[in-house]
Design a protein around this ligand. Sequence first.
Ligand code: PGA
Length: 218
Amino acid sequence: MKYLIANWKANKTIDEADQWLDSFLKKDFSLVTKKVQIIICPPHPFLLPLKNRVKKYPFIKISAQDVSFFKKGQYTGEVSVENLSSLADYVIIGHSERRYYFAETERILFQKFSLAKKNNIEPIFCLRDGTDLLPARVRFIAYEPVYAIGTGDNVPVNQVLRLKKVLTLTKEVKFIYGGSVNENNASSYLREKEIDGLLVGTASLDEKKFYAIVTSCA
Ligand code: PGA
């Protein structure tokens, strides 16, 4: 099973999100339904409409891009795990953009991780390199070096595999790569048994490109 994650970040209007889905859901998935888990990560306001639209497609799941480190309560503007429950199957935690622009520390990230786990939302925990700490009980790791994100400078597959070795993960942990993945380079990662999936930013904004990545698993 390969995990293909579309991280839209802070892009798209609701109409654009709908158009993306209109076109994406019309495509032929018959060759990949048993081989892939597609995970779409829209901005928070689109979680519910997207969740409703993909209900009929068991191979498509929905993820939040972030969650508050407060459980719930008087934190205006925050979105808590309680708010996300039944809306998101997964949540991205520790993306380098959160660490950098929002000064999220390891303490904050571990708190988010623990809240998500307790509320049955599976964290996809991002690592910038081998020095970032990993929470215990992590099941999904996305390796995303900062220099590779949005730059076109994707990390060659042999280097990705080398980092995985350094991490000495147990078998249950899914190891995902992200950073300038596109429809041309995706298969170089997906053909490796040791790489369980891809976290795709820029190329996921275009449903044709993302579909091309999905079908490279066929
Ligand atoms: P990118 O983003 O595919 O645009 O490099 C990946 C990510 O940040 O998740």
